[in-house]
Design a protein around this ligand. Structure first.
Ligand SMILES: Cc1cc2nc3c(=O)[nH]c(=O)nc-3n(C[C@H](O)[C@H](O)[C@H](O)COP(=O)(O)OP(=O)(O)OC[C@H]3O[C@@H](n4cnc5c(N)ncnc54)[C@H](O)[C@@H]3O)c2cc1C
Length: 466
């Protein structure tokens, strides 16, 4: 009899893992709280379409996607002449596509179902079902559902991951500084689009209230036009605050209209190092549940899809059919070798945003310390080494940095943190030993957590207990 795989949550990674395993003869069911035809959010997403090739999912038809335009990066008080425009090569191997999220879901659901996976909608998952140390199923509002293993694709605050016994030391919640609280809404575009210089304008540290980013992306098709507003902050904020902030942005961005046409709600994006321990007996976390997004920009669709292939292969190659932590740990090791090890240090770079102030950032942009090389970061950039660039102007950029002692004092420790990180990362256990892995996980997380503001972290942790 074929082994029963439970996929918790119809996320992007969950659907492709379901497709790959069903294709290999497993009995796979995806359990999802959303309703059929209504999954995802009411907005568009950008992702690396080569992820589809990794899992063998056919590309969408050409009328379903567009190639992404270059972003321009601004600091809070950047001179227009100093803004940084990305220079993504005009090469499909480097470029990302933009699609409606509902169309991405439709494509992946069709793919999963075409391979024989089943999807049950309207099932609210409450936590894992445990038998001693082993995850044997999920607890839902429809009762317990048991299986041979659970793939956790329930996202950043997955109830499956959160409900695992604490002694497994699989991190329950991302900390302050490791996630963005995001408000996103589409507004009308009240000006002629040809007068908009920055079609995809990203501002770093836009608001004095605290660390964050914002974007205003404007678009016009034959049938409609809009400006897409995203406000992302490390601190939680209210809708009232989001609307006031939008009002403030309108003063310098006439492309942002006042009539809200789509979206208008809050979500959470993990922007941190990948989960230190991704597996347990009968359990593996994937996608946002394993914090697999690109830590600086929060893109996670392509990564969830690509890494579902590693997990599906490890499960299918388990001749013991036990899906034990020992076996599933091969997935974590392969993931870290292929992507995780080099994507995690981007979180150290991102943490700088939590330490520098608006003036220091403006200085870094206006004085050319940050350049288009660093800012040409896409969902394809899953490595620190793609982010760093040693161009001929480096000495000049170094001098500018030294001339700002405040910024230098905050930026210099990044180098030490990166060295410490790589020493720890290369010492990740190659085989599963729970005690050794827990010790390693503590050291790994410490590199990222040690510079977080303790009061903010404490306040955020308390909010989970409320
Ligand atoms: C505003 C915003 C913009 C983004 N833009 C981009 C972008 O442009 N490009 C990009 O690559 N990434 C983007 N991301 C990130 C991207 O959405 C995620 O990284 C990606 O969706 C991760 O996929 P996943 O498989 O982990 O699961 P998710 O997409 O997080 O899906 C989790 C699924 O689990 C279900 N679920 C959760 N809890 C339960 C429960 N209790 N019971 C049952 N089901 C449950 C949810 O309904 C959902 O269907 C964005 C995120 C946000 C919030």
């Amino acid at each position: 009899m074929s082994k029963k795989i439970i996929v918790a949550g119809a996320g992007h990674g969950g659907l492709t893992a379901a497709a790959l395993l069903a294709e290999k003869g497993f009995d796979v069911t995806v359990y999802e709280r959303g309703q059929k035809g209504k999954l995802g959010y009411d907005w568009t997403d950008i992702f690396d379409p080569k992820a589809l090739d990794v899992v063998g999912c056919p590309w969408p038809s050409e009328d379903k996607y567009e190639w992404k335009v270059d972003m321009t990066f601004w600091g809070p008080n950047t001179k227009p002449s100093s803004k940084i425009r990305q220079r993504v090569p005009n090469d499909p191997k480097e470029m990302e596509i933009k699609m409606e999220r509902s169309d991405i879901y439709e494509m992946l659901i069709n793919f999963a179902e075409s391979k024989g996976a089943k999807i049950e909608y309207g099932v609210n998952i409450k936590g894992p079902v445990m038998l001693k140390d082993r995850v044997i199923g999920i607890n839902t509002d429809k009762g317990e559902i048991l299986g041979d293993m659970v793939i956790d694709c329930c996202g950043c605050e997955s109830p499956v991951r959160v409900g695992l016994p604490s002694y497994l030391e699989i991190q329950k919640h991302p900390k302050w500084g490791e996630k963005f609280h995001v408000y996103r809404a589409f507004y009308d575009l009240p000006v002629d689009i040809d007068t908009v210089d920055d079609l995809y304008k990203v501002t770093l540290l836009p608001d004095a209230e605290g660390p964050g980013i914002a974007w205003i992306a404007s678009e016009k098709t034959e049938t409609e036009s809009h400006s897409d507003l995203l406000i992302g902050r490390m601190d939680n904020f209210t809708e009232e605050n989001a609307l006031k902030t939008a009002e403030k942005y309108r003063l310098t961005n006439p492309q942002l209209g006042t009539k809200q046409t789509r979206g208008g709600y809050f979500t959470l994006i993990p922007v941190r190092q990948p989960l230190a321990i991704m597996v347990a007996d009968g359990y593996a976390a994937l996608g946002d549940s394993a914090f697999m997004t690109v830590p600086i920009i929060g893109s996670g669709i392509g990564n969830a899809i690509k890494n579902s292939k590693i997990l599906a292969d490890v499960i299918a190659n388990d001749k013991t059919e036990t899906y034990s932590a020992e076996v599933l740990y091969n997935y974590q090791v392969e993931y870290f070798d292929k992507m995780g090890r080099d994507i995690a240090p981007l979180a150290i770079m991102k943490l700088l945003l939590t330490r520098i102030n608006q003036d220091e950032l403006t200085y870094a942009i206006n004085e050319g310390i940050l350049t288009h090389y660093e800012m040409t970061i896409t969902a394809n950039h899953t490595s620190l080494w793609k982010f760093l660039n040693f161009d001929p102007n480096l000495p000049k950029r170094g001098i500018k940095l030294v001339q700002n002692p405040g910024l230098l004092k905050k930026a210099a420790p990044v180098v030490l943190d990166l060295i410490e990180y790589y020493i720890i990362a290369f010492n990740m256990p190659r085989t599963y030993d729970r005690v050794k892995l827990i010790n390693w996980a503590r050291k790994y997380n410490h590199v990222f957590e040690k510079r977080l503001p303790k009061d903010k972290v404490k306040e955020d942790e308390a909010s989970y207990k409320e």
